[in-house]
Ligand binder design. Structure first.
Ligand SMILES: Nc1ncnc2c1ncn2[C@@H]1O[C@H](COP(=O)(O)OP(=O)(O)OP(=O)(O)O)[C@@H](O)[C@H]1O
Ligand SMILES: Nc1ncnc2c1ncn2[C@@H]1O[C@H](COP(=O)(O)OP(=O)(O)OP(=O)(O)O)[C@@H](O)[C@H]1O
Ligand SMILES: [Mg+2]
Ligand SMILES: [Mg+2]
Lengths: 255, 255
């Protein structure tokens, strides 16, 4: 049984996609069998892995017509990493599924058929708490929360924790917090360090030891359709995401 | 009759709130009577102007029970700048209004009563195309689109333009593009310059001449509850937003 982890945070631009893509690639590099699902109609994770031509079947069709997920799983340039691409119609699914029974569990029901083929299933989510994000959280064993080291991050934290406990109470009693990840940290600025201290106080052990620094190579690699370990494996961004993958695996063994 | 401008872009973290707050403050500083409406349940624009205690009436109640907007307009520290704060319940409004007749025009109908008291009404929107953003675009004369100088910005541009023309065809025939604003530009990186060149080719004259640089003071000022012209008027961030306000006004006179 693969472990399902959603990468989620309602605040926009905090590094959800960058984390989903690079953590998945590093876990695959370390030998895990990983499936990355792009559940955001913006399809940023899809293009970050160089997938441009759309397959005949889409995730939208799977959700609406319960087509088996196997039909839409694609290979990527990274060994052991497969992906389910997003498509623009996903945005329409939010409205069209609004009155479908069990609408929050559509993804969870579809994942049953592929779960045993992978050790990790990662889900990138959009910057809002719509039906797609709720589907992802309902299907997940845990949620990994990237948080930018900026002021608005502090404001949104309690909302986010309320959301996770609401989902745990109503839709998915198993949902745990995999961890909180500090992203785009710039140790030259007071703001970044102050926010990091504040989040450390708030989250304690739930905070990953690994911190992701602001690193231009992480922003450049999507334009080449490659995760950072294939674009520039020696840069700090690649090193930190590899450390994060190792930390996740070692916690798995211990926790 | 005040001009209504929405600040919108589905991509998260591109500088919508930073632009809505600082452009509003600069227009007010130049003598315009400005109302800023925070239409994002994250309420980042509300806290950026130091508004923490909630008023008895909320925007959520106005939308659902058609309470007059005058009841929820608050003063800010900036002369000539008033604000309608967001509240967390706004997120619930998206679902609760789904079956209300004329649901896309609720804000437009409410604005009729206050329109004459202001020369500019600016609306900050969330990072998704939900009913709130659609309400804002339906109520607007134009939309100002902040775009981050990063790779994913290029990907999202055609989606965004499709969205604007869809709204123009179905809900608001007057909706124009006020302009496209490059944000978080860092002229030391190739990525930033390459994306800026690409966006200049794509948008031509629709691109504002003013470019907003990455400037830490813009990220610090919300934690003091002040727009950047009150926090550090001499920094590059403040200067550029003041230039943007002047460019907007001069275009008004000319266009
Ligand atoms: N550590 C980092 N260093 C530098 N740039 C980064 C870093 N992490 C992410 N970025 C860049 O910042 C921008 C926002 O990141 P990303 O798109 O991953 O966030 P997101 O949370 O997925 O956004 P959205 O809310 O729109 O889904 C992107 O342009 C990305 O390339
Ligand atoms: N020019 C800039 N220089 C430095 N930091 C900036 C700049 N503009 C915005 N920021 C910071 O970047 C982050 C994202 O900006 P902001 O929150 O304004 O974007 P947004 O589009 O409103 O996000 P959301 O999609 O969540 O609504 C914030 O922490 C903000 O303080
Ligand atoms: Mg993303
Ligand atoms: Mg915002």
């Amino acid at each position: 049984m693969g472990k399902v982890i959603s990468i989620a945070n309602q605040k926009g631009g905090v590094g959800k996609t960058t984390t989903a893509v690079n953590l998945s690639a590093c876990l695959a590099y370390l030998g895990e069998k990983v499936l990355l699902i792009d559940f955001d109609a913006q399809a940023n994770a899809t293009s970050s892995l160089g997938i441009y031509d759309k397959s005949p079947f889409t995730l939208y069709q799977s959700l609406l017509f319960l087509e088996p997920l196997q039909k839409i799983i694609l290979d990527t340039e990274v060994l052991n990493l497969k992906m389910i691409p997003a498509d623009k119609q996903l945005a329409a699914a939010v409205l069209e599924l609004a009155n479908v029974p069990q609408r929050e569990y559509l993804l969870r029901n579809l994942l049953g058929a592929v779960n045993d083929d992978f050790t990790y299933i990662m889900i990138d989510t959009p910057p809002s708490l719509n039906l797609l994000t709720i589907n992802a959280l309902s299907a997940s064993d845990s949620v990994l929360i990237p948080i930018q080291c900026e002021y608005f991050a502090l404001e949104g934290v309690t909302d986010l924790m309320d959301t996770v406990s609401r989902i745990r109470r109503s839709l998915n009693t198993n949902l745990r917090i995999e961890g909180v990840l500090l992203t785009m940290h710039d140790d030259r600025t007071n703001l970044s360090n102050q926010v990091a201290d504040e989040l450390r106080r708030f989250f304690g052990k739930q905070l990953f030891q690994t911190i992701i620094p602001r690193n231009i190579r992480l922003a450049e690699s999507p334009s080449f359709g490659k995760p950072v370990i294939l674009y520039d494996a020696k840069c700090r961004g690649a090193e930190c995401y590899m450390n994060l993958a190792k930390e996740l695996l070692s916690c798995e063994a211990k926790c």
